[in-house]
Design a binder for this molecule. Structure first.
Ligand SMILES: Cc1cc2nc3c(=O)[nH]c(=O)nc-3n(C[C@H](O)[C@H](O)[C@H](O)COP(=O)(O)OP(=O)(O)OC[C@H]3O[C@@H](n4cnc5c(N)ncnc54)[C@H](O)[C@@H]3O)c2cc1C
Length: 399
């Protein structure tokens, strides 16, 4: 069977290798950029967080129930075994994130490229597909430079529109629309959050925190302060909620998630008793980053110069509370260009969850971010790309 795959990213390369397990298949992979796997190279800050030890469906705020079938058919263990079979060694850090042992995303792209070549997959780069049509006997695809390709089966793995500089584009949505598919609203996710006021004095400070979006979920991990708001894994995980929210959202940051407010109050009282002459601005030294401590004390309206012995019980209580519930107002997120993933995509109910074949056009498949599935930060999006890519490459012939 002749198979065309549009998009040589994570899911497209996986789909090609999956299809190549059937020796009857002749596969051509079309990629608009001048090389395959360009976005993959940038993943995980150049380290490629390729999956996670705990692929729970709750980590897919977009499309988790649809994704569950493919995530089961080609699981995290299958992914690690698959990459091991290509010669890629991996390590899992203590938060469950899996990386190549080389610590280099290009190792992942390289082993995929070698395998595509070995499997005889024809790769056409600098091939920007602009039209795809169903014909009597299969599919015809046309590229911007006029080249045409025909196939019996077509797999669209053109990704989402996040990370434009790395190849993010709406092209995949437009191609699937040509077949009568529909696209949800599209929002940036896993992206920096803008706050008002911006924490300019904290620019560059990193802290461990739990972030709660009032009434709409929470995340925990590293937060990085920027001159416009917050970034880092914990901020990324709540960015989807902020991005989809129609109004400003209140974030509550807990910088002492291992300690109760009572324990913190006792510690503050102890410090004040032991060091009565210390100025109040030193109260949080040793607990938090110094600049962050100053900002929190200011928020708690503690006079900087006052000796600790002058602070009242109520003032210490306010500081303990501020350490656990520091409020920031999220006014939005940076745009698609900065986002790691698109929340939204082609409606999943227009595809079969078990095979990823279109319910509108038989013989047409889709996988990866072009579909309305998105996960948290931590390897969940690439796992979806591998799982869905693998399943789509089976072309409905699973089991
Ligand atoms: C900076 C950054 C860091 C990230 N880090 C991680 C991480 O560490 N872990 C994680 O799990 N996820 C991460 N992600 C998300 C992850 O990279 C994506 O979810 C994943 O790559 C999606 O795979 P895909 O195959 O659907 O799309 P892509 O990997 O984007 O591939 C789609 C491909 O299709 C090509 N294409 C598009 N339109 C056409 C067309 N018309 N004709 C031909 N080719 C076309 C594109 O050029 C692209 O190469 C990160 C994303 C970014 C932007």
């Amino acid at each position: 069977m002749k198979i065309l795959i549009i998009g040589g990213g994570a899911s497209g390369m996986m789909a090609a290798l999956s299809a190549a397990e059937n020796p009857e298949n002749r596969i051509t992979l079309l990629e608009r950029q001048n090389r395959v796997g360009r976005k993959l190279l940038a993943t995980g800050n150049g380290r490629c967080n390729l999956t996670n030890a705990d692929i729970a469906l709750s980590r897919y705020p977009g499309g988790g129930s649809f994704a569950s079938n493919a995530l089961r058919r080609f699981s995290k263990d299958d992914t690690l075994a698959f990459f091991a079979s290509l010669g890629l060694y991996t390590v899992t850090d203590d938060t469950g994130r899996c990386y190549p042992l080389s610590d280099q995303a290009n190792s992942v792209v390289d082993v995929l490229r070698f395998s595509l070549e070995q499997a005889g997959v024809a790769i056409v780069t600098s091939c920007d597909v602009i039209e795809a049509k169903k014909t009597k006997n299969g599919f015809t695809v046309t590229a911007a430079d006029g080249q045409t390709f025909t196939a019996d089966r077509l797999i669209v793995t053109a990704g989402g529109c996040a990370g434009k500089g790395l190849g993010g584009t709406k092209s995949g949505y437009r191609l699937l629309e040509q077949f009568g598919h529909h696209v949800t609203a599209l929002h940036p996710s896993l992206v920096q959050i803008k706050t008002d006021p911006a924490p300019k004095s904290l620019k560059g400070v990193r802290a461990d925190a739990k972030i709660t979006v009032k009434g709409a979920g929470e995340s925990a991990g590293e937060v990085q302060f920027t001159d416009f708001g917050i970034s880092g894994p914990a901020a990324f995980d709540v960015s989807r909620t902020v991005s989809l929210s129609e109004s400003d959202a209140t974030l509550l940051l807990d910088f002492m998630r291992d300690y109760s407010e009572e324990t913190l109050l006792a510690r503050l009282q102890d410090r004040a008793a032991r060091f009565p002459r210390l100025p109040a601005e030193q109260l949080l030294i040793g607990m938090l980053n110094t600049r962050l401590g100053q900002v929190l004390l200011k928020h708690a309206e503690i006079p900087r110069e006052a000796p600790l012995s002058d602070l009242t019980e109520q003032q210490l209580k306010t500081v303990a509370h501020t350490l656990k519930y520091y409020p920031m107002t999220a006014v939005g997120v940076l745009g698609m260009d900065h986002a790691q993933v698109t929340a939204g995509g082609v409606y999943t109910d227009e595809f079969r969850a078990d095979t990823l074949e279109s319910r509108i056009v038989p013989g047409l498949f889709a996988a990866g971010e072009v579909l309305d599935v998105d996960g948290d930060c931590g390897g969940f999006n690439l796992q979806w790309a591998w799982s869905s890519g693998y399943v789509s490459g089976k072309l409905g012939a699973f089991e």
